[in-house]
Design a protein around this ligand. Structure first.
Ligand SMILES: Cc1cc2nc3c(=O)[nH]c(=O)nc-3n(C[C@H](O)[C@H](O)[C@H](O)COP(=O)(O)O)c2cc1C
Length: 384
């Protein structure tokens, strides 16, 4: 067993242990993957100011996201098919998040269902909703969230049409994998994954199959998804969701100042500056580059969060310094899960927290609430 000291170690282990099509599904972006790469590399350009001879005892990274206490300004991003990275993956990730003290977000396109998470974690969690044409199905899903004590709804706005990832087409991505010769040969090299999957009944989209009309098996699900993602989504629909839900609403996928202003007008509680981890509009700027202008425009009126490219606690601190009141992590969680299940997600969170805490100390702070752009070296970070 290798010694795991950073998120990259978890990625390498996940690549070994997770079937090719699901590893590729996570470690890829749309088209040229330019935005996917920029999400990470733009963080590296930002330099930190080291301060010394400051009392660094008694540090805290604690904060609140939409009024909910969190051990650090980080929550788990919604990630489709998480239960294909590891058997019962969403349940393991939710447990790890709960024990660590940060929020977990379940994707509409998850393998474990809303009810699975509610039954196995006994902690409030967040749910991410995609706008579907079938409004009755949406109402039912929102009602299931209420019944499961979901404490905030994340409405994803950047998937009215679907970005193309070449690898998914070439791999013939399905959940569960089809029994083709190539898949069988690949699965034979992943005994740990196969054993886990043999021990669970959760092999396909738990929130949809059996809950949404015309979704009874994988075949009809694929066509249903293509037909159901609503390309007509507009701000009136967002108002409709807000009314149906009646609780805390987070709008995810905002990359433009004008959209951020419309989000404020919609009465949402938070926005997530996000390009979907570089999986939708290739050629869009990185999230960290888009963040400062949005914070300058609306940061005093709404909580602005960001996601995309966070692979370390230093990235979290840089996003915070640029005005993000919270961050979401997608792949950092996925790699931990694929590598070692719940223990791997816990490891990912421990790594990020330690890097965040120690970097904050090196920058001369003991309380993250006092950290601002002054910790960044002028000329190295994106401006509004
Ligand atoms: C494999 C994968 C699946 C995803 N599925 C969803 C999803 O179902 N819903 C959603 O709103 N975002 C989804 N996202 C986007 C994430 O919520 C988040 O925006 C992104 O992962 C952040 O970038 P990072 O992976 O670099 O942290 C997905 C991302 C990945 C990597």
């Amino acid at each position: 067993m290798p010694v795991i000291t950073n998120i990259e170690d978890l990625r390498v282990l996940a690549e070994k242990r997770v079937p090719r099509m699901f590893y590729d599904y996570a470690d890829s972006g749309s088209w040229t993957e330019g935005t996917y790469r920029a999400n990470e590399s733009d963080f590296h350009k930002i330099k930190l100011r080291q301060r010394v001879a400051v009392n660094m005892e008694n540090r805290t990274t604690a904060t609140r996201m939409v009024g909910i206490d969190t051990k650090m300004p980080v929550c788990i991003a919604p990630v489709g098919l998480t239960g294909m990275q590891h058997a019962d993956g969403e349940m393991h990730a939710a447990m790890a998040a709960k024990k660590f003290g940060i929020p977990f977000t379940l994707s509409t396109m998850s393998i474990c269902s809303i009810e699975d998470i509610a039954a196995h974690t006994q902690a409030p969690f967040w749910f991410q909703l995609y706008m579907m044409r079938d409004r009755d199905a949406m109402v039912r899903m929102i009602d299931r969230c209420k019944a499961a004590n979901v404490s905030a709804l994340v409405l994803t706005l950047d998937l009215q049409v679907i970005g193309q990832r070449h690898k998914d087409l070439k791999n013939g991505l399905t959940a569960p994998p089809r029994p083709t010769l190539a898949n069988i040969i690949n699965l034979m090299t992943k005994p740990r994954w196969c054993l886990g999957m043999a021990g669970t009944k959760r092999h396909t989209f738990g929130n949809l199959v059996g809950h949404v009309k015309a979704v009874t098996n994988m075949k009809s699900l694929a066509s249903w998804t293509n037909e159901q993602f609503d390309p007509t989504l507009n701000w009136e629909d967002i108002a409709w969701v807000k009314k149906q839900w009646g609780g805390k609403l987070i709008l995810k996928g905002i990359m433009d100042v004008e959209d951020a202003k419309l989000a404020v007008a919609s009465g949402a509680d938070a926005i997530v500056v996000s390009n979907h981890g570089g999986r939708q509009l290739d050629g869009a700027p990185s999230s960290i580059e888009a963040l400062p202008a949005i914070v300058a425009a609306v940061g005093s009126q709404i909580e602005v969060w960001m996601d995309g490219g966070i692979r370390s606690g230093q990235d979290v601190l840089k996003a915070w310094a640029l005005g993000a009141k919270g961050t979401m992590i997608g792949r950092a969680m996925v790699y931990g899960l694929g590598a070692m299940g719940e223990a791997g997600v816990t490891k990912a969170l421990q790594i990020i927290h330690k890097e965040l805490d120690v970097t904050m100390a090196f920058c001369g702070h003991t309380n993250i609430q006092n950290v601002d752009t002054n910790i960044l070296l002028p000329g190295t970070f994106p401006k509004a």
